[in-house]
Design a protein around this ligand. Structure first.
Ligand code: COA
Length: 195
């Protein structure tokens, strides 16, 4: 893979996992991870409606690699130590003037309920705050997608409100999203609580 000119790490290690920037060659693992998770992803994730053949998933991977290199959209695929792709986390909608970004994530269905998403989403938040220097990280979760918003609540995000009918879900239905954000004050609050 070409050397990236942006400052974010291509690889992040956590206690049980390795986050690797999305890259060409990920297509087969990506297709398998999404394929086994369709019942959980649909209708929250647009990628569930876009699952395609190997060539399509390779194209998605090449595009993600190029966006990462350009510093436009950062996606890390998440691997267990045995080489299974178990999830994905991304930082997108970067506004370098604030600076702020939005976070997205998914975990392969057969790996839920074990704290893996919490582990890799936390790692991406650390990178966003410490290396990208963002003040605000936003998460938007469909009001019906309780597992998704429970996760950011556990990670200290504050609930800011509901935006109604601001987009269509993967089934084409209008949906409403809960907006959460983590700003420095939230992090300070949690630090002083645990001190
Ligand atoms: C949202 C999603 C990532 C949440 O996955 P998850 O496994 O529930 O999340 P976590 O990794 O935080 O795991 C939490 C669960 O693991 C349990 N757990 C076990 N060991 C744990 C540990 N060491 N640390 C933390 N939690 C642990 C928790 O008790 C909790 O269990 P519960 O669900 O019975 O309450 C997953 O459901 C998903 O990918 N959904 C579809 C995609 C999606 O909606 N993405 C978000 C779009 S906004």
């Amino acid at each position: 893979m070409a050397e990236s000119s942006n400052p974010l790490p291509l690889e992040i290690r956590t206690e049980r996992l390795v986050l690797r920037s999305a890259r060409a060659g990920d297509g087969a693992a990506l297709r398998e991870a999404i394929g086994v998770s369709l019942d959980d992803f649909y209708p929250w994730l647009s990628i569930a409606a876009q699952l395609g053949d190997l060539e399509t998933m390779e194209r998605v991977s090449r595009l993600a690699e190029s966006s990462f290199e350009k510093g436009e959209f950062y996606v890390w695929r998440v691997w267990d130590r045995g080489g299974v792709m178990i999830g994905s986390v991304d930082l997108h909608s970067l506004d370098r003037a604030v600076p702020s970004c939005e976070i997205g994530y998914w975990l392969r269905s057969d790996w839920t309920g074990l704290g893996f998403a919490q582990e890799f989403v936390s790692a991406a938040i650390e990178v966003a705050r410490n290396e990208l220097g963002v003040e605000r990280i936003e998460a938007r979760c469909d009001v019906r997608n309780e597992r998704a918003w429970r996760l950011v609540e556990r990670l200290g995000f504050s609930f800011e409100g509901i935006v109604r009918h601001d987009e269509r879900d993967a089934a084409g239905e209008l949906c409403s999203n809960k907006v959460y954000a983590l700003i420095s004050a939230d992090v300070e609050r949690d630090r002083s609580k645990s001190a």
